[in-house]
Design a protein around this ligand. Structure first.
Ligand SMILES: [Zn+2]
Ligand SMILES: [Zn+2]
Length: 318
């Protein structure tokens, strides 16, 4: 076994989940493991963790007091068809592709498709690594909504990736499904967000036996035409926006960066059963969110009620 692989296996044994029946600890794969699954490749908000202008966090990581977290990203793997996909191209894309390769599925091309949600820095800038300065890839399939596609085609440095065919843009439409493999399909849907450069979508991922919802960024739930409680009930897993825990968490007006606070999300689900609550997997944590810390008392209380918190390398059968 090479040292890179040992490193990854050690990392996942440290990072892997504690509380989920559906997710599995990262490890070598046996015959009973699912052939199709979602895996978590990052849980932090766009700025990552540790975060710029927070030296204490960098020192904390260096001293081993806190663990670094990569920017929010899901991997989708079909071992049967030997295909792998990313949702999001984050600033941590090289490491996330290496995790997919070393732990889950080692094959060429390095990725069979990348699905983007929107043009905020944590969600698309990793595309730069496909360019001439880094990988110089050929024809990486990148699936985008119409405004996002125009943004990439018409603005450097992204337009160069398109011109040089490092990436090939594949159009997506609101509520129109795309088959990833025979057993997995994905469907984008529009959500309200700060759409300065592109629209924003979430994704529904449907497997043979289970399904998941991924909404990493959304303004307040009330602005969405759909009801989050109803949408969560329709799926097995709902990976949803957990940027902030509550009002007052960052030292600037929080209305500038609207997100549903975890406090507001749990209020919507307070009368639902533990089974419904346990479908929720909070993800996309800002560095200020105290609930990123597994020993946080309020987090432990929420976990008792059924809610889950994403951990890197948690896996969810599809
Ligand atoms: Zn984000
Ligand atoms: Zn955003």
């Amino acid at each position: 076994m090479n040292s890179k692989l040992i490193f990854f296996i050690l990392s996942i044994s440290i990072l892997s989940c504690k509380n989920s029946e559906d997710s599995m600890k990262g490890r070598s794969f046996g015959p009973n493991d699912p052939k199709q699954y979602i895996t978590i490749l990052g849980i932090a908000q766009d700025g990552g963790y540790p975060h710029i202008n927070n030296t204490d966090e960098f020192v904390g990581v260096a001293q081993g007091d806190i663990s670094k977290e990569l920017v929010v990203c899901l991997g989708i793997v079909d071992q049967k068809e030997r295909k792998k996909f990313l949702i999001e191209a984050t600033p941590d894309l090289p490491e996330q592709l290496a995790m997919l390769d070393a732990i889950y599925l080692n094959k060429a091309p390095i990725i069979d498709g990348v699905f983007l949600t929107h043009a905020h820095i944590g969600h698309y800038t990793g595309l730069m690594y496909f360019g001439r300065e880094a990988m110089g890839s050929k024809d990486i399939q990148v699936f985008t909504m119409p405004k996002m596609k125009l943004f990439l085609e018409n603005n450097g440095p992204w337009s160069q990736l398109v011109d040089l065919q490092n990436i090939v843009l594949r159009p997506l439409e609101h509520e129109v499904s795309v088959d990833l493999t025979e057993n997995i399909k994905i469907t984008p849907f529009l959500v309200p967000h700060r759409d300065e450069f592109s629209e924003t979508v979430g994704y529904r991922i449907d497997g043979k036996s289970k399904s998941g919802l991924f909404i990493p960024d959304i303004n307040k739930w009330t602005l969405w035409e759909k009801k989050i409680v109803d949408e969560v009930k329709k799926v097995d897993y709902a990976f949803i926006d957990a940027t902030f825990f509550k009002e007052g968490e960052i030292p600037r007006p929080m209305a500038e960066v609207p997100h549903p606070f975890i406090q507001e999300s749990i209020e919507l689900f307070k009368n639902e059963s533990k089974e419904v609550k346990s479908k929720i997997i909070f993800i996309h944590f800002n560095h200020s969110n105290p609930l990123m810390d597994p020993s946080n008392k309020e987090r432990i209380q929420l976990e008792k009620e059924g809610y889950r918190f994403a951990n890197t390398n948690d896996m969810f059968e599809l």
